[in-house]
Ligand binder design. Structure first.
Ligand SMILES: [Zn+2]
Length: 388
């Protein structure tokens, strides 16, 4: 599906970065499995010059996006777990000690967040299309609906009127985020609270993480474009905070407009010139890293079997002589990437991996990996793109 209208303000959204044959991410192959037919597709980043919202030019069909063994689960990821803790801390700061009657989590994944807030909520409902064709996890007191939120009537849920709507890292996957926010605002009780979290485009630009632009994330919210979207949907700003280490995420609390709250704080609108300048810097860093990789001492191993690694390889112009990506998760040993000539191995199965160059390949987990490598002392350690 080709996109041309801004998902926030409805104005024209036009190409700012072309991404021809951008690889699909998250396509891991277990031993014996073969690659799906499509492992890359033309893509582009669009920008609205009116409100500064960025979005993908094409939404790939789900059967292509989720063709591999796409198995992301929050509780299994330390990074996502600490992100959830940051989110529940923010909820406590916005609504200290408050008990809610009925919480809905849009994009509930493995119910990790709903489990964390169990003590302060009466009824709990989780909604996620990942449970449309699979048995959902069983959690006492939680009703799970395997559907998209657009297909659910939030005013007719078993748990009664909703006074807390949570939505973490879901809105960026949705082609029409405005419809989801309107739907949530329409359904929530007059005294209800909504707390959403999305990856932040401001930080993506600031830290030159253009490898975080991938086919699954259709929307790239800056603080300015997110605040504007909420206001246009009839939401009233309550509070927001940034989580700099976790996708530069923007957390925002809001409620139905009552006219009592001040407007959202002002935030800089992302400009086309700004995006292009940062992208040019990113290209220079990526090319320099690619050159270091080509000249690296052998053997070359990656560390961290990240979902986004195909994107990083795309921007670096390949991964040099790398054939193995080390990962501490033993259950991934022997997995391959559908679109990279790489096998995932547990370090204990690769003797001599410290003798050459180790490249940090999971940039969102760079800190714990670096901590480990500082102890293991490989001959050379290479951190692509340099920000930690
Ligand atoms: Zn716009």
């Amino acid at each position: 599906m080709k996109v041309s209208a801004c998902a926030v303000c409805g104005g024209p959204s036009t190409s700012v970065i072309a991404l021809p044959q951008l690889p699909l991410t998250g396509l891991y192959l277990r031993p014996g499995h073969s690659a799906p037919a499509t492992t890359a597709a033309d893509q582009e980043l669009l920008l609205c010059d009116g409100c500064g919202h960025a979005q993908l030019g094409r939404a790939l069909p789900p059967e292509i996006l989720y063709a591999g063994d796409y198995t992301f689960r929050t509780a299994a990821s330390h990074c996502a777990q600490s992100g959830t803790a940051f989110f529940t801390d923010f909820l406590e700061r916005v609504a200290p000690g408050r008990r809610f009657r009925h919480a809905v989590d849009i994009g509930c994944n493995d119910l990790h967040l709903l489990r964390q807030i169990g003590g302060r909520v009466g009824a709990r409902t989780g909604i996620d299309p990942v449970w449309a064709d699979a048995p959902p996890p069983v959690e006492p007191g939680v009703v799970v609906l395997g559907a998209t939120v657009e297909a659910v009537d939030l005013t007719a849920l078993e748990g009664g009127p909703v006074d807390l709507v949570l939505c973490r890292h879901t809105l960026e996957h949705v082609p029409d985020p405005r419809a989801v926010i309107r739907q949530a605002l329409d359904a929530v009780a007059a005294d209800g609270l909504l707390v959403f979290e999305v990856p932040g485009f401001d930080r993506l630009l600031g830290r030159l993480r253009f490898d975080q632009i991938f086919h699954h994330h259709l929307q790239y919210f800056s603080r300015a474009s997110l605040f504007r979207l909420l206001a246009e949907c009839g939401g009233e700003y309550v509070a927001s905070v940034e989580h700099p280490q976790h996708w530069g995420a923007i957390l925002i609390a809001f409620r139905r407009a009552s006219g009592e709250s001040p407007a959202a704080p002002s935030a800089p609108v992302v400009t086309r010139a700004g995006v292009l300048a940062r992208y040019a810097q990113f290209r220079r860093l990526a090319e320099a890293t690619g050159e270091l990789l080509t000249a690296a001492t052998l053997p070359v191993a990656g560390y961290g079997a990240a979902q986004l690694l195909p994107n990083l390889a795309y921007h670096l112009g390949g991964l040099g002589a790398m054939e193995v990506v080390l990962d501490d998760d033993e259950s991934k040993d022997g997995w391959r990437y559908a679109n990279l000539p790489l096998t995932v191995r547990h370090p204990s199965n690769v003797p001599g991996w410290r003798d050459g160059t180790v490249v940090i390949t999971a940039l969102d987990n760079a800190t714990p990996i670096l901590r480990r490598l500082l102890g293991d002392q490989p001959r050379d350690t290479l951190l692509p793109l340099s920000y930690i």
